[in-house]
Design a protein around this ligand. Structure first.
Ligand SMILES: *[C@@H]1O[C@H](CO)[C@@H](O)[C@H](O)[C@H]1NC(C)=O
Ligand SMILES: *[C@@H]1O[C@H](CO)[C@@H](O)[C@H](O)[C@H]1NC(C)=O
Ligand SMILES: *[C@@H]1O[C@H](CO)[C@@H](O)[C@H](O)[C@H]1NC(C)=O
Ligand SMILES: CC(=O)N[C@H]1CO[C@H](CO)[C@@H](O)[C@@H]1O
Length: 229
């Protein structure tokens, strides 16, 4: 068994994949790719035709798109190297995990990714963020978090038990809370905060945090943002 991940260690989607691999107890090799490399003919032909990261190779089998890679790893390896269950075998429990993954993809990650692109990437490049986009996506996130706040009442995790659905939220939320001034959207909601605390305390995420030096992206980003705004 040899798993290789191609990607960029600071990207939220790569961090999701590292987190999944660690929860499943799998070891892997990581090949850091540069922004230029992901657009090279070789990368497009063999790793990801849309020039994105991550892409994973498992003993010759190549697959891209984070959620698809995660499901593949779960179907193949869950239960073999660790006891963590990311998608339960019970069909109805699994369906509820899929329901929340759909919620995460459409109502959470989509607006949040757009907002963070403005508040982190655009600012880092020295440009002014588009406040219309920031305002519109913030409004969508508020609506989503209001629903989450109710859904998470009396629950530790979205389905009640930790699953892939919860895990998929963690890296992007880490950047939102620690590298922008928008943290109150999460911090002011007690049920959402409790959920994030449960997630942040998981050993595998702490290992991702340490291994990929995420603490460097907290103060660093904030001071850069302050300088540019
Ligand atoms: C964004 O929202 C702020 C605060 O509500 C407001 O002052 C600003 O005019 C808005 N900007 C745009 C471009 O919509
Ligand atoms: C959050 O959870 C508490 C109980 O844990 C509950 O009293 C409160 O109403 C919840 N908040 C919302 C907005 O549903
Ligand atoms: C923000 O960063 C701190 C480390 O300084 C970490 O403990 C915390 O979990 C992070 N918050 C989120 C929501 O990821
Ligand atoms: C305070 C802090 O963590 N600063 C770090 C910011 O990030 C750079 C690298 O990206 C580090 O070198 C700094 O130590």
């Amino acid at each position: 068994m040899a798993i290789t991940v191609f990607g960029r260690s600071v990207s939220a989607f790569n961090l999701i994949l590292f987190y999944v691999l660690k929860e499943l107890g799998l070891s892997y090799e990581f090949v850091q790719t540069t922004p230029e490399e992901v657009n090279s003919p070789d990368y497009l032909a063999t790793k990801h035709p849309f020039g994105r990261t991550p892409s994973l190779n498992d003993d010759g089998f190549q697959i891209y798109e984070t959620r698809a890679i995660a499901r593949y790893l779960i179907n193949k390896y869950q239960g073999t190297k660790s006891s963590t269950v990311l998608i339960p075998s019970d069909v109805q429990k699994a369906a509820l995990v899929e329901q929340f993954i759909s919620v995460e993809t459409s109502y959470y990650t989509q607006p949040l990714y757009k907002m963070l692109t403005q508040l982190i990437l655009v600012k880092k490049q020295g440009n002014e963020p588009d406040l219309k986009i920031v305002n519109e996506t913030r409004e969508e996130i508020v609506k989503t978090l209001d629903v989450y706040e109710k859904l998470l009442e009396g629950k530790d995790y979205l389905t009640g038990e930790f699953s892939l659905a919860d895990l998929l939220h963690v890296p992007l939320t880490f950047y939102a809370i620690n590298s922008t001034d928008e943290g109150d959207l999460w911090n002011k909601r007690p049920n959402v905060s409790r959920w994030l605390k449960n997630l942040n305390e998981r050993e595998c995420w702490k290992n991702v945090f340490t291994e990929y030096k995420l603490s460097e992206y907290i103060q660093y980003n904030i001071s850069i943002l302050k300088k540019n705004s």
